[in-house]
Design a protein around this ligand. Structure first.
Ligand SMILES: *Cc1c(COP(=O)(O)O)cnc(C)c1O
Length: 419
């Protein structure tokens, strides 16, 4: 259950009619439900009750300051993949010792920033990175807590672009290289080995791939134990899927049960990095119909939101349900819902049965809370849209719509144009 539902044919977010927000804020805009965000985070957190665990929300799914600060307030940790996300995370109120830093390409300045703030651990993805971290820690006179990200070679059966745990993917290193990495790390002067990490992909709708990955990781933990390398944190990454259309992913309870069962008595402290499952269905994108037209073989509904605002349909062929904000007649049409951008790939839905909307109608693009705004761009000099959060019967603009001045911030015309 989320908090976007109809009362008298009109869609509300919690107790606020979405039409009212659209009148006030303009379109398009992302809309998040406070109650849904809170419930999703707590449901995930409670699913692992009784196990030593830290739930590190994955910032890249939705890094709005308000969203992150809500999660920080609920006691969450944070999974980051850049210096920018670290900066945001600290502003949002996450304590550095609840922040884990993942990613294949950490720059030296980003490593320094993480070490200076004292993050919980850096998840290392190559031996060259390990050496760089040791060096930077030495220069800063610090010790670097690390985990090695293992690529367990399991097929998460998700979209190829969001599968990360296969041999052919750029993420992590294989089991043998990981063992070598740990041996190296043990000899390094400024490295503390604290964990082991894996993240096998995103939008995973079965528990089996997670169990398979955990099996491989546990085997490594045991091998390490024999070499007297003791691991404290086992980071299982994120990846739990959500319902966009007709998927039926496991409930966090079922996911947690499977992981805890496979973990057995290993006295490890679990770290989890959920992103999509927390925010995906806690947000929608609201857009207005600009025009309709009929081509020779297709009908088009042209909305004011485009691929630069929500790229998932274009990038992954992802499905997002599209619902009218005000329900009218039961009549439907089959149409492509497209944006104003000059690309054939600019669509929100293709050959979709939708209500027979009119010019000016509002549409809700559902399940858009994760990888929506964070993947948006200024392509075609389109302004980044506003983000709004509803709580009970009130709402707050948690990010202003950009202005034309924002658009050119930092740009300048060189002096030599005058010469
Ligand atoms: C993207 C990412 C996550 C979050 O994935 P979801 O599918 O949104 O849960 C977690 N950990 C790492 C390392 C990631 O790159």
């Amino acid at each position: 259950m989320h908090h976007f539902s109809y009362k008298d044919n009109e869609m509300y977010c919690e107790e606020v009619p979405i039409q009212v927000i659209a009148e006030k804020v303009g379109t398009p805009f992302y809309l998040y439900s406070h109650a849904t965000l809170k419930r999703h985070f707590l449901a995930f957190q409670h699913a692992f009750e009784g196990t030593q665990r830290l739930v590190c929300y994955s910032a890249k799914a939705n890094s709005n300051l308000a969203v992150m600060s809500l999660i920080a307030g609920l006691g969450g940790g944070l999974d980051i993949v850049s210096g920018g996300e670290l900066y945001r995370g600290l502003k949002a109120g996450f304590s550095p010792n609840k922040i884990v830093y993942s990613g294949v390409g950490k720059r030296l300045d980003e490593i320094d920033l993480a070490l200076e703030h004292g993050v919980l651990m850096l998840n290392v993805e190559s031996l060259e990175e390990l050496k760089a971290i040791d060096q930077r820690a030495g220069l800063l006179n610090k010790r670097a807590p690390i985990a090695i990200r293992v690529n367990p070679d399991v097929d998460s059966r998700t979209h190829p672009y969001i599968s990360t745990g296969l041999k052919k993917n750029k993420f992590g290193i294989n089991a043998e290289a990981a063992m070598e990495g740990y041996k190296l790390a043990r000899e390094m002067e400024h490295i503390d080995i604290v964990g082991i990490d894996c993240h096998i992909g995103s939008q995973i709708t079965r528990v089996q791939p997670f169990e398979d990955a955990l099996g491989s990781v546990k085997k490594l933990v045991n091998d390490l134990k024999e070499m007297r390398i003791d691991i404290k944190y086992l980071d299982m990454g994120g990846g739990l899927g959500i319902t966009y259309d007709d998927e039926s992913p496991p409930h966090p309870d079922e996911y947690a049960k499977a992981i805890v069962r496979s973990l057995k008595d290993a006295s490890l402290h679990l770290i989890l990095e959920p992103g999509r499952v927390i925010v995906g269905n806690a947000g929608i994108l609201v857009t207005r119909v600009l025009y309709r037209k009929s081509g020779d073989i297709k009908k088009f509904v042209i909305a004011d939101a485009a691929m630069n605002d929500l790229i998932r349909p274009t990038l992954y062929g992802a499905y997002h349900a599209i619902q009218p904000v005000v329900q009218s007649t039961g009549k439907t049409i089959v149409a492509d819902v497209v944006g104003p951008i000059c690309e054939t790939g600019d669509f929100l839905a293709v050959d979709r049965e939708i209500p027979d909307v009119k010019q000016g109608d509002l549409l809700a693009v559902m399940s858009a809370g994760a990888y929506g705004f964070t993947m948006s761009s200024n392509y075609c000099s389109r302004l980044k849209v506003a983000e709004v959060m509803v709580k009970d019967d009130g709402f707050h603009v948690v990010r202003d719509r950009q202005t034309y001045e924002d658009l050119m911030a930092g740009e300048s015309i060189p002096d030599f144009f005058d010469q």
